[in-house]
Design a protein around this ligand. Structure first.
Ligand code: ADP
Length: 482
């Protein structure tokens, strides 16, 4: 059994859950301890007790630890990338890419430790100075999803530690192996006991125990909308209320205008909609295409999709790995049936596939003749299922793009400066992307959305300090009024 890390020790549990490879369900990656409520409380107590000393640690000490975590993650990127692909099902290149990203994030925040700054202003009162500084928040609870098993934990853990907070980290049940491997690296990097705790387990047990603890000052959550709402209710009704940062779903549009480079648009759409098996919150699932290019785009998409290889995530030549598990596969299939019932036309894919190994293989599905009011165009499916929506012109395309409860990323493919500029200003999303896949983002700039996609301050880049620090305003009267 692989254990939890609580108060500086690796602790076993009475329950363990098998981590199954979605490319080959006979392959069990390991048995992972499931923390009890009592163990979760112990982890929170340890983080709480470790906070006073850690919050006053030097920025050099924090820098050195994060730097060494980043070094080890990068040095082991192939091994950790393979582990990630084996447990989550994204292809090897994406698994290694994600681990590389995680290493870069630790390096970035190692530098940020040294760069945290405040402000010094004059006062409106004579002889008074005003200083604005940022201090750590306290114990932060980090709750993460399964679709980025190492990058999302990294972009929450690294700033939490960089800015002097202590951490209780609960990864998603399906991806314990990456979380455990990352934890092992972090705790060997020299953190004092209790600063970082890993509590694997279910949302209902470990997650709820975190939400109900008065010792947790803040929760950063990434996951589904219903769970995000549950986290928000718990944070608001807690006494004292908790600070929260919620990253939830998306139903991201990608507009393709008549003047787009067709080959580029198809590459952007295939990447955005289907790579990582469509299991990215920034994936494009609504391809909004204007009339003059619509039929050519659809023909080129189906041709390109027919060339995609769906197979074992770790096999050479695979473009798209399996869906993460049976439950998600059933959700994808039920939406594919729903789309047909709603009157959309399934032009490609959407079929269960048999491969050499038993896994959750689904060919990427594309619907045309979609109306933006259909449920397949409004609800997040979180699988390799995309819809094509016809628009008369740019104005209508923009209106459809914004007509969604979500607002994470929004893309456009066009060669027109006029439309690109207008779209950047008027797309109702946290991230706007021109002539690139909607799902690729940099790690040194803010990540987050609007409307139903996000709540609270942005993640990543120096904007992460908005969540992981609290601002203090100090007034000093030195005794002399000029
Ligand atoms: P998904 O449907 O993608 O699994 P969830 O929102 O259910 O998304 O899960 C995201 C994370 O939230 C996971 O780590 C999960 O265990 C956790 N979680 C689920 N339910 C709760 C809950 N009631 N309280 C706290 N965390 C939860």
């Amino acid at each position: 059994m692989r254990n939890n890390h609580i108060a500086g020790e690796w602790l076993s549990a009475s329950n363990a859950v098998a981590n199954v490879n979605p490319s080959d369900t006979r392959d069990i990656i390991g048995e992972y301890a499931q923390a009890s409520v009592a163990q979760t409380k112990r982890a929170i107590d340890a983080a709480y007790d470790a906070f006073p000393a850690w919050s006053r640690s030097t920025i050099q000490a924090r820098h050195d630890i994060l730097k060494s975590v980043g070094d080890e993650v990068l040095a082991r990127k192939d091994e950790l990338g393979r582990l990630l692909s084996r447990e989550e099902g994204k292809i090897l290149a994406e698994g290694v890419g994600e681990v590389t990203r995680a290493g870069q994030i630790f390096h970035y925040f190692a530098g940020e430790c040294l760069r945290l700054s405040g402000d010094k202003l004059g006062s409106v009162r004579a002889g008074v100075d005003v200083e604005i500084t940022r201090e750590p928040v306290g114990v932060v609870g980090l709750i993460t999803p399964w679709n980025f098993p190492i990058a999302i934990p990294a972009w929450k853990i690294a700033p939490a530690i960089a800015y002097g907070n202590t951490v209780v980290f609960k990864p998603a049940e399906l991806v314990s192996a990456s979380a455990h491997a990352l934890c092992d690296i972090i705790v060997r990097a020299g953190l004092p006991p209790g600063v970082f705790n890993l509590v694997m387990g279910s949302g209902g047990v470990v997650g709820e125990a975190m939400l109900s603890s008065a010792k947790l000052a803040a929760i950063s959550f990434t996951g589904s909308v219903p769970t995000g709402r549950r986290v928000a209710e718990a944070c608001i009704s807690a006494d004292p209320m908790k600070r929260m940062q919620l990253e939830m779903g998306g139903k991201n549009p990608m507009v393709v205008l008549d003047d787009a480079d067709l080959t580029l648009a198809v590459e952007c759409a295939v990447n955005s909609s289907f790579f990582s098996t469509g299991q990215r919150c920034t994936a494009s699932s609504r391809l909004i295409v204007t009339g003059g290019i619509h039929d050519a785009f659809l023909a080129a998409m189906t041709e390109r999709m027919n060339a995609l290889v769906v197979d074992d995530a770790c096999k050479d030549g695979t473009h798209i790995g399996p869906v993460v598990d049976q439950r998600q596969l059933e959700q994808d299939l039920s939406y594919i049936r729903l789309g047909q019932d709603e009157g959309a036309k399934l032009v490609a894919g959407g079929e269960l596939l048999k491969r050499d190994t038993p896994g959750f293989y689904l060919s990427p599905a594309l619907f045309s003749e979609v109306d933006n009011r259909m449920r397949v165009a409004r609800e997040e499916i979180f699988g390799p299922v995309a819809t094509v929506i016809r628009a008369r012109n740019y104005d209508e395309a923009l209106e459809i793009a914004n007509d969604t409860p979500f607002g994470l990323s929004s893309g456009i493919c066009t060669t027109s400066l006029k439309y690109a500029s207008h779209f950047k200003r008027n797309a109702e999303a946290g991230m706007v992307i021109v002539n690139l896949p909607t799902a690729g983002v940099d790690y040194h700039v803010p990540f987050g959305g609007r409307k139903g996609s996000s709540y609270g301050p942005r993640e990543q880049g120096r904007y992460a300090a908005e969540f992981y620090t609290t601002v203090k305003t100090a007034y000093t009267f030195g005794g002399y009024a000029p």
